[in-house]
Design a protein around this ligand. Sequence first.
Ligand SMILES: [Zn+2]
Length: 219
Amino acid sequence: MKTAFHLDDATVVAYAGGSLSNCLSVVAASHVAMCDHCRAKVRRAEAVGAVLLETCEVQQMKPDALSSVFERIDGSDWVQPKTRSDASDDPDPSLPLPVSRLLDCRLDDVRWKTAGPGVGIHVIEKNDDGSSLYMLKVRPGHKLPDHGHAGQEMTLILRGAYRDVIGRFAPGDVADLDEHIEHQPVIEDGEDCICLIATEAPARFKGLVPRLLQPIVGI
Ligand SMILES: [Zn+2]
């Protein structure tokens, strides 16, 4: 698929190095599955990482190094997203594999919770640190509330299209935004826009109504 908007270079490096958060990694992996350009960049970053590892000076590890890493893993609140074991036996071929592995049904059968007029939400993962992974389904012509971000926000378009100050986002495109961007996506006429969204922290809505709805809908 030829996409217009891609992962930021810093995101590619973090994804290839395994340091991207769980929620953001799902969106990155989904875009990479749809985008030859970013897939090639991830492979290059992985190759560079492998060379760096080979050329790094070997350092003596402390005797308890491995056990302390395992303790940190055991004590973390990192949550493994659902995988194929509890997902549908009939994955949606219209979706990239990392997304279909998280759903227990096809995209057309997702049960959406109302998040405001014209907006449905399906929360996939929500963590105590404020990060979350969810899908939005927004009706044609609808204008989403003006908002900024407290951290990185990645949005992958699965169906339909929207426009904002950056440009037009269509299926396969990813909006990889940091806390400096404020935007108000407007859905194109014709069909619902369905997006997969990962955030490091809850969005900062400007309007009172979306701010009041935010804790209720869970983003
Ligand atoms: Zn790309």
